[in-house]
Design a protein around this ligand. Structure first.
Ligand code: GL2
Length: 835
C-alpha cells in the first residue's frame, strides 16, 4: 500500500505543475481571470454566484490538470477500469471536498480573504446536486471517492437529471415537494462532451434476415432514437494524483427538428418530438425502495446503460484493443438492478453489431458484470410487464429469451426433475401476468453477486435468491458498505478532525481510517475527554442555530441530541420513535417524571411523493412536535423537531452534533444502512435493532457501548409465522395503550380522531413491521440511555470508543474488497517516473 502523502517528493513533472498552480499568487490570478473572462464581471459588480463560479472554475482547472495525466496514465498501462453503473450518484456539494482533496483549502481561503471574500461562506452556501434518493445513491458517491483515493482506475456512469430529488418544505406539518432546479445557475464542475455523443434506439421491432455472406442476422428497427451526451465531473482522490471521472448522460433529440414533420408544416409537432426526447433525463424518480413499472423509467435505465457500454467500446477502440478484450478492460459493477439491462445490451452489441458468436459473447459478458443487491423488500424488486418491456426493447426481449432458454436447460440438468425450481429460476415470471425479472437477469449475467452487510448477504442466500444460491454458491459474496471519512469526518466535523490529528500525531488516519483506533487509548484521559466534549458541544450549538433558522424552534444544546434522519419508510419505523416520544410525554403529564434526561428529538427525511403513509408519518412527527414543544409543563425536558429537506449538506451538519443515533428498523428489513456508520464515526452511540450493518457496528464497538433492543431477524420471522397479534400487545401494555390512544383520540390533531387512523389502525390490526412487538424493549432501552447519559464522562468515553472502533466502516475498506474479490483490479498510482 501507499504511504500517506506519497505525493510529496515523488510527483514528477505533472505534480510540480499542479503544485505551482496552487500557490497563492497563481490562485489569485486564476480566480480573477475566471471572474472576468468566464463570468464577465469585475470584483466590484460580481454577484455571490459569479464569485462562486469563478472559484469553482479555478479549482476545476487544477483538477483537470491531474485528470488529464490520470487518463493518459490509464491509457498507457491499459489496466482494468472499474465502470460503476448507477442510476443515482448523490455526490453532495463539491467545493469543500475538492479543496480538501487537492489540499488547497488554506491557500485559497487566504487568497480570497485578501480580496474580501469568505471561502467558508461559499462552501456553506453551495447548492448540491440531488441526483439520488438516499443510501444507494450516496453509497455510489462514497465509492467514487474511495476509488479515486485508492487510485483505482474508475468511471462512474449514470444520468444527468435536470431535476434531482425534490426539495422538501413542510407546510402546516405536511411535506410539500418543490422542483429541484439545481442547474439554474450553472454547474461549474461538469464538462459537456457532445463529441462523445451516442445514439440510443428505443421501441420498434426486429427483422431477422440472412446477410450477403449467408450469416443469420438481426436488425433492430427502432421507433425512435435519442441522442445521449456525457457530462464529465472530475473526481479527485484525497491528496493523490489520481482524478477519475463521473460521466453522467443527458438525452437530447437526435436532430433539432424532425424535418419531415416540419416540411408538412407542423412546426409545433416537430419541436414537440425534440421535447419528448429530452424528457428522458428530465427527472429522477423520487421513489426509494419501491418499484413502479413506468415506461419512462425503463427508458432511462436502458438509455444510460446503452450510453455507458458504447462509451466503453469507444475507449477500447481508442486504446487499440479488439472487442473481445472487453472483460479485461472493464469490470462493470451493477448498483442494484437498475442497470441490469446492461447484460442484454452487451450481448446485443457483441452478437448483433460485432458478430461475436453467442458462447464467446456470453462468456465475456459474465466475466464483465458483477451485481450488488441492496434490498430485500419485495416492493423494491424490479420486474417489468412483458408487453411494456417488449414495446421499449424488442431486441433485448429476444436476447433475454435466449439467455433464459440456455440457462433453464442448464438448471434442468443441475436440478434433475425439479420443474418447480426451474419455474422459480426463470428470468420470466409466469405466475400471473408475465414479467421480466431484473434481479434474475443480473444474477445469470454476473460472475459475482453480493449483499451489503453480513446479515443481508445471508438473507439473500437463504430467502431472496435461494435457488440461484443452490445453483452457483461460489458466486455469492458479501461486502459490507462503508462511507468516506473525508466527507463524513474531515469536512463535516473539523473539530473532531483536528482533535484526532493531534491525538494520533499525524493525518494518516484520513486515508487509513482504521488508524482512528489510536483514539482508544485516550478514552480514559480526562483532558482528552473534556476536549472531545467541547467539540461535540460546539457542533450541537451550530445545529441548534440551524434548527432555529429553519424551523423557529429553540433547542437546548445541553439536552441529549437524539437523531433519526433517513428516508421516511414504514420499515424504518419512524413511528416507533414517535410512540416512544409520546410515552415520555405521557409520563411527564401523569407522573412527575422529574428525573427524565432533557432530550431533543431531531427528525429529518423525505417521503416519496406518492407514499401516503410516509407523508402521514411526517405529519405525525410535526403534530407531536407542535403539542409537546408548546406545553409549558414539559419545559426543557422534551423537544421535537422535524428539520426539512434532509440532504447531504444537512447531514454534514447533523451527524457531528448527534449523541444518539436511532437505527430502529425491523430486523431483516434494512439491508445495511450507511447513516448508522456516519453517526458512529462522529461519536454518536447507537440505539438499534440487530439489523443490517447495526449488527457489525455493535460487534465492533462492543455491546457495552451500544444500545441494542428488539427481536432478531430470526425471532421476528418466527413470531410472524406462529401468528402475530398486535392488538394483544396493545391490550396488555398500559404505556403502549396510552400512547396509541393519545394519537388516535385526536390529542395531537386538535381533536381530529380520524387523521392518524390509517397509521394506528394498521398498527393494531396488521403491524407488518412489528412496532408493537419491539415497543417495550425499545422504551426500556431508552430508559437505559437516560441512565447512561447522566454520567457525562462515561457517556463521552463510550462515544470515543464508538468512533475509535469504527475503523471497518470506511468505504476505502469496501472498495478494497470489491477490487480484490469482484473486479480483480489494483491501484495504478502515479510513480512520478512518467510510468
Ligand atoms: C438501500 C438500503 O435500503 C440501505 O440499507 C443500504 O445501506 C443502501 C446502500 O447499500 O441501499 N437500498 C435501496 O434501494 N436504497 C438504499 O438506501 N435506496
Amino acid at each position: 500500500t501507499l504511504e500517506p502523502g506519497h505525493l510529496r517528493g515523488q510527483g514528477g513533472v505533472a505534480e510540480d505543475d499542479v503544485r505551482t498552480a496552487c500557490e497563492p499568487e497563481a490562485l489569485k490570478r486564476a480566480f480573477l481571470d475566471h471572474l472576468l473572462y468566464t463570468q464577465g464581471k469585475t470584483l466590484e459588480i460580481a454577484s455571490h454566484n459569479d464569485i462562486y463560479l469563478a472559484v469553482a472554475y479555478t479549482v476545476r482547472d487544477r483538477l483537470l490538470r491531474r485528470w488529464s495525466h490520470t487518463s493518459s496514465r490509464h491509457k498507457r498501462h491499459g489496466t482494468r477500469t472499474v465502470a460503476y453503473l448507477s442510476a443515482e450518484f448523490l455526490i453532495g456539494p463539491s467545493l469543500g471536498n475538492n479543496l480538501l482533496n487537492l489540499d488547497i483549502t488554506d491557500a485559497l481561503r487566504e487568497t480570497l480573504a485578501r480580496l474580501g471574500i469568505d471561502l467558508d461562506e461559499l462552501v456553506r452556501r453551495e447548492v448540491e446536486p440531488g441526483l439520488g434518493n438516499g443510501g444507494l445513491g450516496r453509497l455510489a458517491a462514497c465509492f467514487m471517492d474511495s476509488l479515486a483515493t485508492g487510485e483505482i482506475p474508475a468511471i462512474g456512469y449514470g444520468i444527468y437529471y435536470e431535476y434531482g430529488i425534490f426539495f422538501q418544505t413542510v407546510v402546516d406539518g405536511w411535506q410539500v415537494e418543490n422542483t429541484d432546479k439545481w442547474l439554474r445557475f450553472g454547474n461549474p464542475w461538469a464538462i459537456h462532451h457532445p463529441e462523445w455523443g451516442v445514439e440510443v434506439k428505443l421501441g420498434g421491432y426486429t427483422e431477422h434476415y440472412t446477410d450477403d455472406v449467408g450469416r443469420f442476422r438481426v436488425r433492430w428497427v427502432p421507433e425512435k432514437t435519442v441522442w445521449g451526451t456525457p457530462f464529465d465531473t472530475p473526481v479527485a482522490g484525497y491528496k493523490v494524483s489520481t482524478v477519475n471521472t463521473l460521466r453522467l448522460w443527458r438525452a437530447e433529440a437526435t436532430e433539432e427538428f424532425d424535418f419531415s414533420v416540419f416540411n408538412r408544416g407542423d412546426y409545433l409537432g416537430a419541436v414537440n418530438k425534440k421535447v419528448t426526447s429530452e424528457n428522458l433525463t428530465k427527472v429522477l424518480y423520487p421513489n426509494d425502495e419501491s418499484h413502479q413499472g413506468k415506461e419512462l423509467r425503463l427508458e432511462q435505465q436502458y438509455f444510460f446503460v446503452a450510453c455507458a457500454l458504447r462509451d466503453m467500446l469507444r475507449i477500447l477502440e481508442h486504446r487499440g484493443l479488439p472487442v473481445t478484450e472487453f472483460p479485461r478492460a472493464f469490470a462493470v459493477q451493477l448498483n442494484d438492478t437498475h442497470p441490469a439491462i446492461g447484460v442484454a445490451e452487451l450481448m446485443r452489441l457483441l452478437i448483433d453489431e460485432y458478430l461475436v458468436p453467442w458462447e464467446q459473447a456470453w462468456e465475456a459478458t459474465r466475466a464483465t458484470f458483477a451485481y450488488t443487491n441492496h434490498t430485500l423488500l419485495p416492493e423494491a424488486l424490479e420486474r417489468w410487464p412483458l408487453e411494456l418491456f417488449k414495446s421499449v426493447l424488442p431486441r433485448h426481449l429476444e436476447i433475454i429469451y435466449e439467455i433464459n432458454r440456455r440457462f433453464l436447460n442448464e438448471a434442468r440438468i443441475r436440478f434433475f426433475g425439479d420443474e418447480s425450481r426451474v419455474f422459480r429460476l426463470s428470468l420470466i415470471d409466469e405466475s400471473g401476468e408475465r414479467y421480466v425479472r431484473m434481479a434474475h437477469l443480473a444474477c445469470v449475467g454476473s460472475h459475482a453477486i453480493n449483499g451489503v452487510a453480513e446479515l443481508h448477504s445471508t438473507l439473500i442466500k437463504e430467502q431472496l435468491l435461494p435457488d440461484f444460491y443452490a445453483m452457483w454458491p461460489e458466486k455469492f459474496d458479501s461486502v459490507t458498505n462503508g462511507v468516506t471519512p473525508r466527507r463524513w469526518v474531515v469536512l463535516s466535523n473539523p473539530g473532531l478532525a483536528a482533535l484526532a490529528t493531534e491525538a494520533l500525531g499525524d493525518e494518516h488516519w484520513i486515508r487509513d481510517w482504521p488508524r482512528i483506533a489510536g483514539l482508544e487509548k485516550h478514552a480514559d484521559d480526562a483532558a482528552f475527554i473534556e476536549r472531545w466534549q467541547r467539540v461535540k458541544h460546539t457542533n450541537k450549538r451550530s445545529l441548534a442555530a440551524l434548527i432555529r433558522d429553519e424551523t423557529g424552534v429553540v433547542v437546548n444544546p445541553d439536552s441529549l441530541f437524539d437523531v433519526l434522519v433517513k428516508r421516511i419508510h414504514e420499515y424504518k419505523r419512524q413511528h416507533l420513535a414517535v410512540l416512544h416520544i409520546v410515552t415520555r410525554y405521557h409520563r411527564l403529564k401523569t407522573q412527575r417524571a422529574t428525573d427524565m434526561v432533557p432530550r431533543t428529538f431531531i427528525f429529518g427525511g423525505k417521503a416519496a411523493p406518492g407514499y401516503v403513509r410516509a407523508k402521514l408519518m411526517i405529519k405525525l412527527i410535526t403534530a407531536v412536535a407542535d403539542v409537546v414543544n408548546s406545553d409549558p409543563e414539559v419545559r426543557d425536558l422534551l423537544k421535537v423537531v422535524f428539520l426539512p429537506n434532509f440532504s447531504v449538506s444537512k447531514g454534514q451538519c447533523i451527524y457531528p452534533a448527534a449523541e444518539l443515533s436511532e437505527q430502529i428498523s425491523l430486523a431483516g428489513k434494512e439491508a445495511s444502512g450507511t447513516g448508522n456508520m456516519k453517526f458512529a464515526m462522529n461519536g454518536a452511540l447507537t440505539i438499534g435493532t440487530m439489523d443490517g450493518a447495526n449488527i457489525e457496528i455493535c460487534q465492533e464497538v462492543g455491546a457495552e457501548n451500544f444500545f441494542a433492543f428488539g427481536m432478531s431477524a430470526d425471532e421476528a420471522q418466527r413470531l410472524l409465522r406462529s401468528g402475530y397479534y398486535p392488538r394483544d400487545l396493545y391490550r396488555d401494555d398500559a404505556e403502549l395503550r396510552a400512547a396509541i390512544d393519545l394519537i388516535r383520540g385526536g390529542f395531537f390533531s386538535r381533536g381530529d380522531a380520524g387523521l392518524f387512523e390509517p397509521l394506528t389502525n394498521d398498527l393494531l390490526n396488521e403491524d407488518r413491521y412489528m412496532l408493537l412487538a419491539d415497543y417495550a424493549s425499545y422504551v426500556e432501552c431508552q430508559d437505559r440511555v437516560d441512565a447512561a447519559y447522566r454520567d457525562a464522562r462515561q457517556w463521552s468515553r463510550m462515544a470515543v470508543l464508538n468512533c475509535a472502533r469504527s475503523g471497518r466502516f470506511s468505504s476505502d475498506r469496501s472498495i478494497a474488497e470489491y477490487a480484490r474479490r469482484m473486479w480483480h483490479t489494483s491501484a495504478l498510482p502515479d510513480t512520478g517516473h512518467g510510468g
